[in-house]
Structures are given as C-alpha cells and as structure tokens.
Design a protein around this ligand. Structure first.
Ligand SMILES: Nc1ncnc2c1ncn2[C@@H]1O[C@H](COP(=O)(O)OP(=O)(O)OP(=O)(O)O)[C@@H](O)[C@H]1O
Length: 492
C-alpha cells in the first residue's frame, strides 16, 4: 500500500512509482554491418526494448493496482467499514507511525502520550479524509475513538496559532460533552488556542475581542446562535458536529438549520459524527454538503460485540429493586457501574434505596443539579470515589468514563437510539463490557425493536423476541414524548 504521506503529496492515486531501468545496448557484432547501419539497428533495438520494458512496467503496475484494491477491499470488509461518495480513493491509515513523515513531531509525541498505538477503524479512514479537507458524514460505534478521528487531523490542518478568529467550530449538544471534547483536543494540542464558549465573557465587546485570539471554539449551537451577530465568521474553515443527531432529538432542528444557513456562504468543510444517525437526519445534512464522503462502521445502530448485552424480565417495579439486590449479592456489581433511569425523581429515589443497603458508594446526576455539582460528581466517578452512578439520559451520549464494567438499564430506554448510547458507556476503547436491561410488562412493546438491535450487533437472539408484535412508529413517538408511567421506586 502507498503510505498516506505519498498519497497526500501526489494527490489521490493508487499507482506505484517504479524505477525504470536503463538498459545498456551492446553494439552489434556482425561484420556485414556498414558504418551507418549499426546506428539504425541500435536505435530500433532500443525502441523495441524500451517498449517491452514499458509493457512490463505497465503490467506490473496493473498487477499492483489490482493487489492494492484487493487489499483495501479485504481490509474494509474485515473491519466492517463501508465508504461511499465520489472520489473515495483515499488511503487507509493502518499505523500511526506512517504519519510521522508529514505530521509534526509534537503532535506525534502527544499521540504517544495518549497511549494510542494503533488507529481504530474510524480513525483509519476518517483521518486521511479530513486531512484532505473533504466533507464527511461518519457513523461509528460508541467508544470507537471518534473524537481523536476528527481532533487529530484538524489540529494538524490548523498547524499554528493565527490571530483573527477561530478557524474551526466544534458543536456538542451537552455541557459535559463539551468539557470532554475540550480536554480531548488539548490532550493532542500544544500550539493552538482552544476555548469553550462559556469560558468567554458574553458582553459583546469583550466577546468580540476574545474571538480574535482563538483557533478552535467549542460550543452548543444555541449558545453560538446567541452571539454570532457580533462577530466576523469569515475565518471559519471547519465545522464539526459531534453527536450530530442529538440536536434533532432535542427539537433543535430549526436552530441547527439556522446555524448552517448562516455559514452557507462560507467555504467550510463539514464533519458530522455519531454512533446513530437516522436516515432522515443524514439526508438533511447531506443536502447541505457538496460531495460528502460517508463512512459507516458496523451499522447504523450497531452495538460492539465486546459488550455482553443481557435482557432480564422482572415483571414489575418491585422486581427491579430485587434484581439490583441480587446482582449485589451475587457479586456482579464490580464498579464502576452506571445505572440509567427515566427521570430525575427516579434517579434521586433509586439512589436513596441503594444507599440504604450500605454496601455501595452511590450517587446520582441529572439536569436539575447546578453544573458545578454535576462536574464534581463526574470527577468523583472518574476518580473511583463513587462506585455506582445513577443517571438520566443526560449522561447517555458521548461521555467517556474509563472502564465502566456494567451498565444497567433500570428503566427500559425510550428509544433504540438511546439504548445504543446508554450501553455504549461500557466496552469502550476495545475493552469488554456488560449491559443488563431490565424489562417489565409495560416495556414489552419495545422488545421487538431491541431484538433487531441485538441481531444487528451479532448477538444470539431468542426466536420468541421476533414473534412479538412490532411497536408501531406511532407508539414509539408517543413513548418518546410521554415516557411509560411507572410505580414509584420508594413505594416498593
Ligand atoms: N487509537 C486509540 N487507541 C486506544 N484508545 C483510543 C484510541 N482512540 C481513542 N481512544 C480512547 O477510546 C475512548 C473512546 O473514545 P471516544 O470518546 O472518542 O469515543 P466515541 O467514538 O466518540 O464514543 P461515543 O460515541 O460514545 O461518543 C477514549 O477513552 C479514548 O481515549
């Protein structure tokens, strides 16, 4: 395979250069040759030999091209990578070391410090595409390293700090995620000035001034829309939307469209990343982009096979508490454990119940808490002083807690997209993980959809799950808007 360096230097091309050997032509020995004749013969001979040798080179190149294509296709198939779009003959980065010829030493050192030895599949394909400044829609499983897949090439492309205004905007749907992106970018970055919008003074004049001194801005679309009128956007070259489908879930479609309209007249390279990107949302983004390349790894709602997904029937709310006690007694609650419930009040109530058992250091987190309190809890869970964290879906997406051993869906998720993100908090960065989903009689209508997700993820699914009636789209929508009414946890 060509090194990524060669490809970037030569343009997109799979042809390999081959040394053309100049052959020395011996003077003919025949005595009958006149003085002039040898020149003509030598000339013709050279031509014939050159043609032969060119034919050989052509044949060799065709052979290698075919081998390259076969190798590339085998690799893509093995890694379950699908790439589509025009001009997709981009290289595959099979080893970070291959970048050392053109990525500066500092960035290579930072990469080593992060402990990243080999690119993950999404990094193998997305990094070369972003380095070539192409519009990208990328769907890859949770915990597969999407952040580094966009952060690394962007930091490389932006190179050094420049005054005048940010050249890259990164959008995140939640504060915790924005904090995490900020840290991840800074793990790789040394030269660039990166800021989160909430760090900046919102007073117009101060904001305008600070704007001129940054290279990358991390924000939520809403916060950005409130301030965009006071600033000059002409410096922006890249826009990244992490968790790109979440804005639509949050009902922010109009705001996102408004944002993209504002940026429409500028020459911007866009990147949309998510583990789940429903087709209608993808179509909306696709309409905005010129010749986007699409990468899909695994499938649209794909859960990694490293996550052991289990389903447990508990009939009712009382059964759920019992199941938690059983898991503790059986020693299956190896921390850190994340438990998902459907509301803030249920998070508080379940925390209280588990505290009573006095065996687990438990806490809860939800949107009604002050952001400082939330930050502290996240910090403590990272450090391991909290063993079990009970949370709402606010923590279901993007958050990278290291080595979560077990995810429990105490309350059945409202949608399969939520399911994929919740269970994706475990089994990250190639590690094993386990997810247990409890279901009651009220949740049966959603089981068939879950069966499909399990099947797509390569799990053995009991046949009876496919015999269940499929939840009608209407019902799913209703469920998203009006979650299942459940008995109170404290009454059990
Ligand atoms: N090449 C690599 N080698 C080893 N670990 C990596 C590599 N790239 C990223 N990681 C680690 O993998 C973990 C998950 O990465 P990241 O948070 O970017 O995943 P993600 O795909 O964005 O997940 P989600 O969809 O849940 O947001 C992080 O802890 C990160 O440090």
């Amino acid at each position: 395979m060509l090194s990524i360096f060669q490809v970037l230097k030569n343009g997109i091309c799979t042809q390999k250069k081959k040394k053309i050997q100049v052959q020395k032509i011996e003077k003919p020995q025949s005595e009958s040759e006149s003085e002039e004749q040898p020149k003509i013969v030598e000339h013709d001979l050279k031509r014939v030999r050159r043609k032969e040798s060119l034919d050989q080179i052509e044949q060799e190149m065709t052979k290698r091209r075919t081998q390259d294509i076969q190798y590339r296709n085998t690799l893509l198939k093995k890694l379950k990578i699908k790439i589509s779009g025009d001009n997709i003959n981009t290289p595959i980065l099979t080893n970070f070391v291959k970048m050392k010829n053109y990525i500066n030493q500092d960035l290579m050192n930072q990469l080593t410090k992060c402990g990243y030895q080999k690119p993950t599949p999404i990094q193998m394909v997305a990094i070369p595409i972003i380095l070539q400044k192409k519009n990208l829609i990328a769907i890859a499983p949770t915990g597969s390293g999407k952040t580094c897949a966009f952060a690394l090439p962007i930091i490389h492309n932006l190179e050094n700090h420049k005054e005048g205004g940010p050249r890259c905007l990164v959008f995140a749907p939640a504060q915790e995620l924005a904090d995490q992106l900020y840290k991840e970018f800074n793990k790789l970055n040394k030269e660039l000035k990166i800021k989160q919008i909430q760090e900046m003074n919102r007073e117009k004049q101060a904001f305008k001034q600070a704007w001129n001194h940054i290279d990358i801005l991390i924000s939520s679309p809403l916060k950005f829309l409130k301030l965009h009128k006071v600033i000059d956007l002409s410096t922006i070259e890249y826009v990244i939307m992490d968790e790109a489908d979440k804005y639509f879930e949050l009902g922010l479609l109009a705001q996102v469209k408004q944002l993209l309209r504002i940026l429409e007249s500028l020459q911007i390279t866009y990147m949309f990343f998510s583990a789940t990107l429903p087709e209608p949302v993808e179509d909306i983004y696709r309409d905005l982009l010129i010749d986007p390349i699409k990468i899909m790894i695994g499938g649209r709602n794909h859960v990694l096979s490293k996550i052991d997904q289990q389903l447990r029937y508990v009939s009712n709310e009382y059964g759920k508490i019992q199941e938690i006690r059983n898991l503790i007694n059986e020693g299956q609650m190896t921390p850190p454990v994340l438990v998902f419930v459907q509301s803030k009040t249920r998070a508080e109530a379940l925390m209280y119940e588990i505290e009573q058992l006095k065996v687990i250091r438990v806490n809860c987190i939800h949107g009604d808490m002050e952001s400082k309190a939330r930050q502290e809890i996240v910090e403590q869970f990272h450090k391991g002083t909290i063993w079990m964290l009970i949370c709402t879906d606010m923590m279901a997406r993007g958050i990278d807690f290291k080595d979560v051993q077990l995810v429990i869906n105490y309350d059945f998720p409202q949608s399969m997209i939520t399911y994929v993100h919740r269970v994706g908090r475990t089994g990250r960065a190639g590690k094993q993980g386990k997810a247990i989903t409890l279901f009651t009689d009220e949740d049966k209508s959603m089981l068939r959809s879950l069966a499909n997700v399990l099947k797509v993820s390569g799990c053995q699914v009991p046949e009876w799950l496919f015999q269940l009636p499929n939840a009608k789209k209407q019902l799913k929508k209703k469920r998203e808007r009006f979650p299942v009414k459940r008995e109170n946890i404290e009454d059990q």
